[in-house]
Design a protein around this ligand. Structure first.
Ligand code: GDP
Length: 291
């Protein structure tokens, strides 16, 4: 499906360092999958299946421990998934409301997914990237210390809702833990929790707050590794292997396959959209080997 020629402008972008401020805007050409499909296959793999691309750096057969294919949809499925994230008159994607307590949360019957992670892990950037085909959606950010921590809800057409949990730090305040804990324990339509870990730093003490909650309530959750454009390939490989080992040996409810992403390059974003569309029951892909 990939086109064989690379437009000269795109070629230059790939040669640039990902940290460059101007690359941030230029890379957004890849927010739409039609643009990604124009890439030559090697670059397409890197953008769509970053874990597979990383795995290619090992001696064949030497590192079977990365689970690459538990969810491996076709490019056609990934293209179909995009329609759920594209705003149109028939598919309204919008910010719904904020809640400080679970009983303030909207009472919806749609399946829900939630995103949780440490402050600064890249959660709002990731949600913005997922919603980049719905530019009207205003992703709410409340970072000022002392501001009330809220859960922000977004509605994705008639398909699902996305709950953005407040960022936390080490020694999260009690009322914050209570709110998140109650939400995770009692939200009936919660289908999957996406737990964000900074791929530069690896799993931090503060991440254990969310991991322990998910494990205690036996929630199905998924580890998303953010900011993968920031590290050298060697550092990223090391972190990914460490996190994979943690997931394999220390967790019960975590989906075995990791989801590395970059909100700057859009690497992994299309696969994540497809995964969400699938697990919320909206898109039946043949991507699952087992789940
Ligand atoms: P939040 O507190 O979890 O919502 O984190 P933000 O989304 O605000 O991101 C925190 C910082 O990390 C900001 O300076 C972002 O620009 C940066 N950031 C977020 N995602 C990425 C990414 O994928 N790549 C890079 N290079 N920087 C990122």
């Amino acid at each position: 499906m990939a086109a064989h020629r690379l437009r000269p402008g795109v070629c230059r972008l790939f040669a640039m360092g990902p940290e460059l401020g101007s690359a941030r805007r230029a890379y957004s050409a890849f927010q739409a999958f039609t643009e990604v499909l124009r890439l030559p296959s090697k670059q397409l793999t890197k953008l769509v299946f970053p874990l597979q691309e990383l795995h290619g750096h090992f001696v064949p057969g030497s590192r079977p421990d990365l689970h690459l294919n538990i969810f491996h949809p076709s490019l056609e499925d990934i293209a179909r998934a995009e329609s759920f994230f594209t705003a149109s008159a028939r598919n309204r994607i919008e910010y719904l409301t904020a809640a400080v307590r679970l009983d303030h949360a909207p009472d919806l019957r749609h399946p829900e997914v939630c995103f949780i992670g440490r402050s600064n892990v890249g959660k709002s950037s990731l949600i913005k990237a997922l919603f980049s085909l719905a530019p009207e959606v205003e992703v709410r950010v409340s970072k000022k210390p002392g501001h009330t921590k809220k859960i922000n809800f977004y509605k994705v057409g008639k398909y699902f809702t996305l709950a953005d949990m407040p960022g936390y730090g080490y020694r999260a305040p009690e009322d914050f833990v209570d709110m998140v804990e109650t939400y995770l324990k009692e939200r009936k339509n919660l289908m999957r929790t996406f737990l964000l870990v900074d791929s530069v730093l690896g799993i931090q003490k503060a991440d254990n707050i969310a991991i322990e909650m998910c494990e205690e309530f036996a929630l199905p959750y998924v580890m998303v590794l953010t900011k993968i454009d920031k590290s050298s390939k060697g550092h990223l490989l090391k972190q990914v292997l460490q996190i994979q080992k943690f997931v394999d040996t220390k967790t019960q409810g975590c989906f075995p396959q990791l989801f590395p992403v970059s909100a700057v390059t859009y690497s992994g974003i299309h696969l994540l959209r497809c995964f969400i569309a699938d697990i919320t029951g909206n898109l039946k892909t043949n991507g699952f080997q087992f789940s």
